[in-house]
Design a protein around this ligand. Structure first.
Ligand code: G6P
Length: 608
């Protein structure tokens, strides 16, 4: 989603802004722009549709002078990704960049037009520049003009402003979308997240919702939404973030897939007391005996992690689970009982729909727990209980290691719930813990199937449709496999509960359709194999993902069989996910798509 950067200080702003924007590329975007103010106060701007390299080429020809500036990568919401719609937007003397959506922009545009303003884009953002310029022109002080402008906006925003004639000033504001200030010896910066700022700054201030900030090269003043000065702590740049590099890998996604044994081990190590064969109470901070049910809310891949967790909570702890995608959650008629735990799952901790759902549950008085990967995120701060996934920064837009770390965390929670609710004996708890301890090794062993997947990906890549199916906990794994394939390789892919295939999607099956069957040798294996036979009978090209025992039963029917190591049934979802990630990755490479930044997608979806 849109990325914001800003800088004020001793360095040449434009190259620095470009560099910082490159670090935000992972969020997904389709146009970019920069505006700078030179020492005399003159403002200049360059914008370009498409990737940052287009903007970079223009900057080579027309360098933007000055030590003060703002930059932006735009993920189009209002209006196509054209130069005219790219940020920064100007209304002299104001330049603004924006992440979020201004919901009352139609009214604001109409009002501005009626007052004689000329709007040159289709965006909601341009209205902000005009509102601000109008207030400054009528003599309002900077802070009052900012607060007044923000008071007119409905919706979510992170904003950075630069001002013609004021080379020593930048302004920033946030409400609903994240924004941070970076501090270095010779400059002050603004960034959507710490990843953009880490290489250039040593300390970071995370703005709270409603904050505004006025920045000079040597000073940062922060005010809350009433205009009262507030102190926000400056924290050291997290070491992990400064390490967010590709290393020897061709793509961040490849690196992140291969990091999984290590990060799953780290996550598990946080939650498990391996010696005692139990889950650390102190790491979870919840007693599941207090709850009659759990509601899990999330988006995208995190939602599929929730779907796996539902199996675990219900099977292990006999704890009923309600599950919703966050964009629908708020629109169901619900009564939010106090004895229901509201559990959210989010890599970024910033996804707008998940955050809004969290706030609804909080307002209703429920206990909020959040499985979250970014410890400084809004959700991590607004939750009662933060349950970290220790995956480290995930840069590839398509989630891989964050998903398996979410699974590891949720698995530990389900075992804890079983212990708390008395559905799991000490011996059983130890067996679950032992199984989880095996996960990093088994995931590492599974990664050895990569050469086979590379070959199979070449078979799958030309297909226009692919189906994925599984039963039980393998059903969400199939859904996640289909999501990965479609987002990375642009092949239409659908995940289905194996038993549902004949209720519709089997109509799609012919000899051009790869059908990926996720079926470890478990209690449901025989039933899934029957569904596989139905597909094979109609010419579907079966790719089986199973273990050694399953492979025997699939032989003869499946065109390809990917054999994963034998694993305890409890951790099958963690193991079975790996081949599907590799399949999507190599299909994307074969199809020549942009692996780390697939078209139209954003890493952190900060609009509803
Ligand atoms: C976007 C990302 C997905 C992610 C989803 C939820 O769609 O591209 O990878 O699963 O948002 O994001 P979250 O940060 O809340 O887990």
């Amino acid at each position: 989603m849109c990325g914001i950067v800003g800088v004020i200080g001793q360095r040449d702003a434009a190259p620095l802004l470009l560099d910082a924007l490159k670090r935000l590329e992972y969020r997904g975007y389709d146009s970019a722009g920069i505006a700078t103010v030179n020492g005399e106060g003159a403002m200049a701007r360059l914008r370009s549709p498409g990737k940052l390299r287009n903007l970079e080429k223009r900057l080579d020809v027309v360098p933007l002078p000055g030590g003060t500036g703002i930059g932006h990568t735009r993920w189009a919401t209002h209006g196509a990704p054209t130069e005219a719609n790219a940020h920064p937007h100007l209304a002299a003397p104001v330049a603004v960049v924006h992440n979020g959506i201004i919901e009352n922009f139609r009214e604001l545009r109409a009002k501005l037009k009626a007052a004689g303003a000329t709007l040159t884009s289709d965006t909601d953002t341009e209205t902000i520049a005009h509102l601000m310029a109008h207030r400054l022109a009528s003599g309002e002080e900077m802070k009052a003009a900012l607060l007044g402008t923000l008071g007119e906006l409905e919706g979510a925003y992170a904003l950075a402003f630069a001002f013609e004639g004021q080379p020593q000033l930048l302004a920033a504001a946030r409400s609903g979308s994240p924004l941070a200030i970076g501090l270095a010896d010779d400059s002050v910066m603004i960034g959507s997240d710490a990843i953009a700022l880490a290489p250039f700054c040593d300390r970071i201030i995370y703005l709270d919702d409603g904050d505004i900030a006025l920045l000079t090269p040597s000073k940062v003043e922060i005010f809350d939404k009433t205009g009262a000065p507030v102190d926000r702590p400056a924290v050291a740049v997290p070491v992990q973030i400064s390490l967010a590099e590709k290393g020897n890998y061709r793509h961040f996604m490849a690196k992140e897939i291969h990091e999984q044994p290590e990060v799953i081990a780290r996550t598990i190590g946080h939650y498990l007391d391996i010696g005692e064969g139990t889950i650390r109470d102190s790491a979870v901070g919840l007693d599941f005996a207090d709850y009659r049910r759990v509601s899990i809310t999330a988006c995208g891949t995190a939602f599929y992690a929730g779907l796996v967790a539902r199996h675990w909570f219900e099977q292990i702890a006999r704890l009923p689970v309600d599950l919703d995608v966050a964009s629908e959650f708020r629109y169901r008629a619900q009564n939010f009982p106090r004895d229901e735990l509201a559990l959210f799952v989010s890599q970024s901790g910033e996804t707008a729909d998940t955050l809004a759902s969290l706030r609804v549950c909080r307002a209703a008085g429920q206990t909020i727990a959040t499985v979250v990967n970014v410890p400084t995120s809004t959700m991590a701060r607004e939750t009662d209980v933060a349950l970290p996934t220790l995956a480290g920064p995930e840069i590839g837009v398509a989630s891989t290691k964050a998903f398996t770390c979410q699974l590891a965390t949720l698995a530990a929670l389900a075992v804890k719930a079983g212990i708390d609710r008395g559905t799991v004996s000490a011996e059983e708890a130890r067996a679950y813990v032992d199984a989880l301890v095996e996960a990093p090794r088994l995931v590492a062993d599974t990664l050895h199937v990569e050469p086979q997947l590379e070959r199979i990906a070449r078979i799958v890549a030309p297909a226009t449709t692919a189906l994925f199916m599984g039963r039980g906990a393998s059903y969400p794994v199939a859904l996640e496999g289909a999501l990965k394939l479609k987002e990375l390789s642009y092949i239409h892919a659908e995940g289905y509960a194996a038993g549902e295939l004949k209720h519709g999607p089997i109509a799609l099956v012919d000899d051009s359709v790869p059908v990926v069957v996720v079926a470890p040798f478990d209690d449901l294996f025989a039933k899934t194999v029957s569904n596989m036979q139905e597909v094979a009978a109609r010419g579907g090209r079966i790719i089986g993902v199973t273990d050694a025992r399953g492979a025997e039963a699939m032989a003869g029917t499946a065109e390809e069989i990917i054999v994963v190591p034998d694993a305890p049934a409890f951790i099958h979802p963690l193991v079975m996910t790996i081949p599907l990630q590799l399949l999507a990755y190599h299909a994307a490479i074969t199809n020549g798509t942009d692996v780390d930044q697939p078209r139209n997608l954003a890493k952190s979806v900060t609009v509803e």
